[in-house]
Design a protein around this ligand. Structure first.
Ligand code: AMP
Length: 187
């Protein structure tokens, strides 16, 4: 299997780029944010548990993400690989992902990290708020989500750097230019 992870702060464009990468390389796109939002809108048991946490921009507990991961792996057994978008977000999640992939004789092939300055992501998120009306795209929550990304998720970059899997991508510019930089790394 060919498995990618894409990191980037909220608003870095990782969702947009993941869709393009998934299409080009025929990978299954897994966005844990999308999975969770769908649970919330369907008012499932999981959705009701995470609704409030998601509106504040804090992270959903690891145990719930482990359940989602297992479900994803068990229901996608004949894929060429995955592109994980928004997962892992904590060291515990990264270790669990390695463990579960290893148990399936697989692993993470490459890790991409989109670099976008704070003022640029804040601008993009405020624009997205107007267009998509996502509940967690407002000024207070955006600040918190950036903070949560920096404190809880960026330490993972060192985890993957130590495994020599990390590739930084300049995430400012046109969607196609950024996509080309990603393809150079993936190819
Ligand atoms: P995203 O669409 O990736 O920005 O995710 C939206 C929200 O879903 C985040 O702010 C978190 O509350 C929650 N979430 C998504 N993925 C994870 C994860 N891997 N771990 C914990 N919380 C997550």
């Amino acid at each position: 299997m060919f498995n990618l992870i894409i990191f980037g702060p909220p608003g870095s464009g990782k969702g947009t780029q993941s869709v393009k990468v998934a299409e080009k390389y025929q990978l299954k796109h897994i966005s844990t944010g999308d999975i969770l939002r769908s649970e919330v809108s369907q008012e499932t048991e999981l959705g009701l548990k995470v609704k409030h946490i998601m509106t504040t921009g804090e992270l959903v507990p690891d145990e719930l993400l482990f359940q989602i991961l297992l479900n994803v792996l068990e229901t996608n057994t004949d894929v060429k690989g995955f592109i994980f978008d928004g997962f892992p977000r904590t060291l515990a999640q990264a270790k669990e992902l390695d463990k579960q992939l290893e148990a399936r004789n697989s692993g993470i092939t490459k890790v991409l990290s989109l670099d976008v300055p704070d003022d640029e992501v804040v601008d993009r998120l405020l624009k997205r708020a107007e267009i998509q009306g996502r509940k967690d795209d407002n000024r207070e929550t955006i600040g918190n989500r950036l903070n949560v990304y920096k404190t809880q998720t960026t330490p993972l970059l060192d985890f993957y750097k130590n495994q020599e899997k990390l590739n930084k991508i300049h995430g400012v510019g046109g969607i196609e230019d950024i996509f080309n930089s990603i393809c150079e790394v993936v190819d």
